[in-house]
Write a new protein. Sequence first.
Length: 287
Amino acid sequence: MTKKKWLIAVIVVIGLGIPFLYFENNAITTTTFRMQSDKLPSGFDRYRIVQLSDLHSKMFGDNQSQLVRKVAKLKPDLIVVTGDLVDARRYNAETSLTAMREMMKLAPVYYVTGNHEWGSGRYGELEDGLIELGVQVMRNAGETIKLGDGSFRLIGIDDPTFDGRTYRGSIGADERIRKVLDSFDEKTNNTQEGPFTVLLSHRPEMFAVYSNNRIDLTFSGHAHGGQIRLPFIGGLLAPNQGLFPRYDAGKYVSESSTMIVSRGLGNSTFPQRVFNRPEIIMVELTR
């Protein structure tokens, strides 16, 4: 091949590659799951929970308009945010608070911390901003979500890094979950099996802890879908899971427990997604 042909080939590759990479980082996709359970009270049939995760202060249009438009189309009853709203390396709380301000116009918003909030060293001001907007900050806390005569339990735990622990802090996570579960008035039970319970936790690698506590549905993030996704294989690399992570994206089931792992919206250390577009998740609860 002549130098001229090589040059043309390089130009073509670059010309095609740049739009592709931009598309992969910015074109939001929506993934829908249905969660069936006899434990759900009748009022929650077709109840919609939208999950956002790992925004990392990324902007999707003016005032997060692209993200807001996508979520609004899903008509959520509840919005859950599973950590890393901000990025520790490129801290910008305003873009994240803008997203939460707009989400609050669509449905109640519940949020748990990720590792980047704590890594930024500025979590306090972020939490103040979220509370001012009306976001429910779930720091090792639980709440009963009521609809008509029925209800389910929603709990959220802090990311292990908040107290200096590493991702191996599964013992701490187990303690926190048990403590929150014990705080509920068991009179809220809807069935003989106990109430349907939803957990918000940033870390998917601790799924065994969630399953052991008989959590019905867990929302998690952190893995960024493996950042680069390989056809027929899945994610390449995820924080705290390493190469070819077990829990990179999608739905996982262990006995009676289900975990949904979001691929997330933004990037952190590695700035590019490949075959792994930013993701909104919608879970529709059905009896």
